[in-house]
Design a protein around this ligand. Structure first.
Ligand SMILES: [Zn+2]
Length: 445
């Protein structure tokens, strides 16, 4: 059996890696990893948010096969107890398993600790994960301390808040990569045999707060703390309409700088493990759960089940230790769990819906269900079809002529729409059947 190290970066767009042609030298260390291994240039996530994407990335199922657990309270889904869990399959086969992250949507509460011997997340045991960290985020300490005294004077209160954001950067509610690396390095160092280690980074998830001097150094742009806070507020408060076109560049500069900082941290971590021989013979996988938007379709960040464009679905997928080269064929995150099983020398779970990714896919799917609305997208190398199943509206794009997905061809291509609707509909049926199959297997087991 072999060890596997899985690194997942929240919100990392494939096209912002320098090895993929981004104009800034954002990721020299990730680029190195890509050159040492297999660099999938057309890898796609099965969802546009953490909650959807990880059902595939760690559960090995399509999001819509997760069944009733999609509607769990709070509104973010939990991995169904009838679904396979990658870590469980690996640990039952004898690997030691560890996970480190600070994303509340991937907590124990949401079912992601299954199969991990060591599981580090920021959610207290028993607490409803969902909005835990996010609630904390909105319940800023500064506000709480003074709000009672200022209740009769909202103007003064507003002025104080503005003054605060002029002086201090906003608080980040997540743990930095360096803290996770310390824990993971200890675990890997002490592992007595093959291990499966998963680290999920929130460093690139908004708010993007790399600090003004770092931004100036890396991009040449001068962005004050106040402006930085303001740019992040438009994302956190979902107010893209308040973002002038001239501010998209600065927002992207923050993202790129933050990515560059994380890249260096990941490089240091891998250097240390490589130097000590702890990764000898191991497979290292680096990917992302989804990307982020910079107004390509009128929105910033990511938070909903609405946008199925490539800025959110196109993710990096780099594998070191299982071959070399650039792969241009379609690849899907749902194929990561069975592939990891194979690399580790373990039989994939029969309920995993993906397949080991040694063969390119003809098409990939993305889907989600939120607030009673179901959406399915189908992507081939040349076409993208997006179907709002609930409202029965469709979009179709020719990615050769229109890679930015701006000109909807659905109204003029009824035949193309019907063909794709048939494919998406069959996929949806299969996901529902799979959900029943998984439940039946658990009952009979
Ligand atoms: Zn995410």
């Amino acid at each position: 059996m072999r060890s596997v190290l899985l690194l997942t970066v929240d919100s990392l767009r494939a096209d912002h890696l320098s090895v993929h042609g981004h104009e800034r030298e954002t990721t020299p260390r990730i680029d190195e990893l890509a050159r040492e291994g297999i660099d999938h240039r057309r890898a796609f996530s099965q969802g546009t948010t953490t909650s959807m994407s990880f059902l595939s990335l760690l559960g090995g199922i399509y999001p819509l096969a997760n069944g009733a657990w999609m509607d769990s309270e709070p509104r973010y889904p939990r991995l169904s107890p009838t679904a396979p869990a990658l870590a469980e399959v690996l640990s039952e086969s004898g690997l030691v398993t560890g996970a480190w992250h600070s994303n509340p949507l991937l907590s124990r509460f949401h079912g992601y600790s299954r199969g991990f011997t060591e599981f580090h997340d920021p959610i207290p045991e028993g607490a409803a994960g969902g909005g835990y960290v996010y609630r904390r985020w909105h319940r800023r300490r500064f506000r709480k301390a003074i709000v009672a005294r200022l209740k009769r004077s909202p103007r003064l209160y507003g002025a104080m808040l503005r003054a605060k954001e002029r002086i201090f950067l906003m608080e980040r509610p997540f743990e930095p990569a360096s803290a996770l690396h310390q824990r993971a390095a200890r675990f890997i160092g002490e592992a007595d045999g093959p291990f499966f280690a998963w680290i999920h980074y929130m460093d690139l998830h908004y708010p993007y707060l790399p600090g003004p001097s770092r931004v100036r150094e890396f991009t040449g742009l001068r962005i004050s703390k106040h402006e930085m806070n303001g740019l992040n507020r438009t994302i956190i408060d979902h107010r893209p309409s308040s973002l002038p076109a001239s501010k998209v560049g600065p927002m992207m500069a923050l993202y790129d700088t933050q990515l560059n900082v994380l890249d260096a941290e990941i490089g240091r971590f891998l250097d240390a493990l490589d130097g000590s021989g702890h990764l000898d013979g191991a497979v290292v996988v680096l990917t992302a759960d989804h990307g982020d938007q910079f107004m390509e379709h009128g929105h910033v960040g990511h938070w909903n089940n609405v946008w199925y464009y490539d800025e959110l679905l196109h993710v990096p997928l780099i594998v070191r230790g299982a071959g070399k080269g650039v792969r241009d064929g379609l690849a899907a995150l749902v194929d990561v769990p069975p592939s990891i099983c194979r690399w580790a020398g373990v039989e994939p779970h029969p309920d995993m819906m993906g397949r080991p990714m040694d063969v390119d896919r003809e098409m990939v799917f993305a889907e989600g269900e939120m607030d009673g609305v179901t959406r399915v997208a189908v992507r081939t190398v040349r076409r993208k079809f997006i179907w709002d199943v609930t409202g029965d509206s469709v979009e179709l794009y020719d990615l050769d002529a229109d890679p930015g997905e701006k000109r909807d061809m659905a109204p003029t291509s009824p035949e193309g729409v019907e063909a794709f609707r048939g494919i998406a509909s069959a996929h949806l049926d299969e996901a529902r059947r799979h959900q029943v199959r998984m439940a039946a297997r658990r009952v009979s087991a």
